[in-house]
Design a protein around this ligand. Structure first.
Ligand code: ADP
Ligand code: MG
Length: 414
C-alpha cells in the first residue's frame, strides 16, 4: 500500500512527509524527536518535530487509528478540551516492504504535563485535589456532550495550569463512544472505571514513594466521584420555584455561569394551578468566561484565567472616563466607548506591557494569560502587605525577582 497521510489541516502534510515513516516509531533517529515528558501508554508514543510544530505520534493498530481520529475531531467540534488530531498515516511499510503499524498524530498540547511529571516533586494534598477537580469538570463536560470515555484515568489526561487551578484535557479517546445522550448506567460505568484507575495510579505513586504521606488513595478516588456528582447535579437538576420568585431562575443561571457553564436552552413550565414554575436548564457549553474574554479582547485563555483577567478588565474599564456603566452598548451619538473598544485599549496599555515586563526567558513554558494572572495575584499580595496599591510595575519587578527566578519549571500551583 502507498503511504498516505490523511490530515485535517492542508498545511501539515508537506512538513509531515519529512518524517521517517518507513522506520518503526521506536527506532526513529534522535534528530526528529523532542524530549518531553510522557505518560504511561500501551502503544509507542513519541514527540516529533516537523516544521515549526511538535506533534505526538502514536503507533496503533489499523482499527484503532481509524476509530480514534474521527472521535477526536468530533470532540474538537464540540469544543471539549482534548488533544487536537492532526492526521492518520495508514499503509506504512519499511524499506523491505514489510508493513508497519499506522500512526495517529496529534498536536503536542503546549504547557501540559502528564501527572507523573507533576508528582516528581511531591505534591501537596490540596494540589492533588485541584487535579481531581479538573478531571471531574472534564468528565462532566464529556458526559454532557454524550461522550462515554471508557478509560478515564490520570494517564489518559493532560493537565495545564489554569490560574490557581488546573484544566484537564482528554488525551486518549481510543475506548470512547459518542452518542446523542448517555444513560445514567453509562455515566456510572465511566465513573467506576475512573475510580478504579485513579486509585490504582495513586497506589503506584505511593509504592514509588512519590505520594504525600497525608494522601490515602482510596478516599481520594472516591472524592472524584463526589465532586463529579455535585457538579452534575447542579448543572442538570430541575428546580421548582413559587411563581412570584421567578428571579430565582436568573439567580440559578448566574450560579451556573459562575461555575463556568452557559445555558443553551431552558425549559420553563408553569404548574397547572399556576403557582409554581419548573425550570430545567440545558447546560452545554463550559467556558463561559473564556468565550467572553475571547469576544472582548481576542485573548484565548483557560476558564479560570479568563475569569481573573475579566475581573481586572472590568475594574479597569470602570476607571476610564469614557466608560458607560451597564450592558447597553451606546449608539454612535451617545458619549462613551463600546466595551470592545475599551477592552482593546486594556490589552494594549495594560495587559501587554505587564506581560512584556517579564523577560522572555522567564516566560518560557508559561502562557501570557497565566503570567498576567500571577502578576495580579502578586500585586494583590504585596498591596495587602503594604496596605496600599503598589501598582503593576512594582508588582512585576518583585514577581520576577522573588517568584519566577526561583521556580525551576514550576508545576505546583502555590
Ligand atoms: N497531543 C499530545 N500532547 C502531549 N502529550 C501527549 C499527546 N498525545 C499523547 N501524549 C502523551 O503520551 C501518553 C500516551 O498517550 P495515549 O494516547 O494515552 O497512548 P495509549 O493509547 O498507548 O495509552 C499520554 O499520557 C501523554 O503523556
Ligand atoms: Mg492511554
Amino acid at each position: 500500500m502507498e503511504l498516505q497521510i490523511t490530515a485535517t489541516d492542508p498545511g501539515h502534510p508537506t512538513t509531515l512527509l519529512d518524517l521517517p515513516w518507513d522506520v518503526p516509531l521506536a527506532a526513529w533517529p534522535e534528530r526528529h524527536l523532542v524530549a518531553l515528558p510522557r505518560g504511561i501508554s500501551r502503544h509507542v508514543v513519541r514527540f516529533a518535530r516537523a516544521g515549526h510544530d511538535v506533534f505526538a505520534v502514536k503507533e496503533v493498530g489499523e482499527g484503532a487509528a481509524v476509530r480514534e481520529y474521527p472521535l477526536l475531531r468530533a470532540l474538537a467540534r464540540l469544543a471539549v478540551p482534548a488533544v487536537d488530531p492532526v492526521a492518520v498515516v495508514p499503509g506504512r511499510a519499511d524499506a523491505h516492504g514489510e508493513p508497519l503499524e499506522p500512526v495517529l498524530i496529534t498536536r503536542q498540547l503546549k504547557g501540559s504535563l502528564p501527572y507523573r511529571s507533576m508528582f516528581e516533586t511531591t505534591m501537596r494534598p490540596g494540589t492533588i485535589q485541584r487535579l481531581l477537580d479538573a478531571l471531574a469538570v472534564l468528565l462532566v463536560r464529556l458526559h454532557l456532550t454524550g461522550f462515554a470515555w471508557g478509560d478515564c484515568s490520570l494517564s489518559n489526561t493532560l493537565f495545564r495550569r489554569d490560574a490557581g487551578a488546573y484544566a484537564a484535557y482528554l488525551v486518549d479517546a481510543e475506548t470512547g463512544q459518542l452518542q446523542p445522550r448517555l444513560t445514567d448506567g453509562q455515566r456510572h460505568y465511566d465513573l467506576d472505571v475512573a475510580q478504579v484507575n485513579i486509585v490504582g495510579e495513586l497506589m503506584d505513586l505511593e509504592a514509588g514513594g512519590s505520594l504525600h504521606p497525608a494522601v490515602d488513595p482510596v478516599p481520594f478516588g472516591r472524592e472524584l466521584i463526589d465532586r463529579y456528582g455535585a457538579l452534575w447535579h447542579e448543572l442538570t437538576r430541575t428546580s421548582v420555584y413559587p411563581r412570584d420568585k421567578r428571579h430565582y431562575i436568573d439567580r440559578r443561571i448566574r450560579r451556573l455561569n459562575d461555575l463556568g457553564f452557559d445555558v443553551a436552552e431552558m425549559q420553563i413550565q408553569r404548574s397547572p394551578d399556576g403557582d409554581h414554575v419548573t425550570f430545567l436548564p440545558k447546560v452545554v457549553d463550559a467556558g463561559h468566561h473564556q468565550r467572553q474574554l475571547l469576544r472582548l479582547t481576542g485573548l484565548d485563555a483557560e476558564e479560570n484565567q479568563a475569569r481573573s483577567l475579566l475581573n481586572d478588565l472590568e475594574t479597569w474599564m470602570a476607571s476610564q472616563e469614557d466608560f458607560v456603566p451597564g450592558d447597553a452598548s451606546p449608539d454612535d451619538e451617545a458619549p462613551g466607548a463600546r466595551p470592545e473598544v475599551l477592552a482593546h485599549r486594556w490589552v494594549r496599555d495594560v495587559f501587554r506591557p505587564a506581560v512584556r515586563a517579564v523577560p522572555a526567558e522567564l516566560r518560557e513554558g508559561l502562557d501570557t494569560a497565566q503570567i498576567y494572572h500571577e502578576l495580579l495575584e502578586h500585586r494583590w499580595y504585596l498591596s495587602e502587605r503594604a496596605q496600599r496599591d503598589v501598582g503593576m510595575a512594582a508588582a512585576a519587578d518583585d514577581y520576577i525577582a522573588t517568584v519566577l527566578a526561583g521556580r525551576p519549571d514550576g508545576t505546583d500551583v502555590p
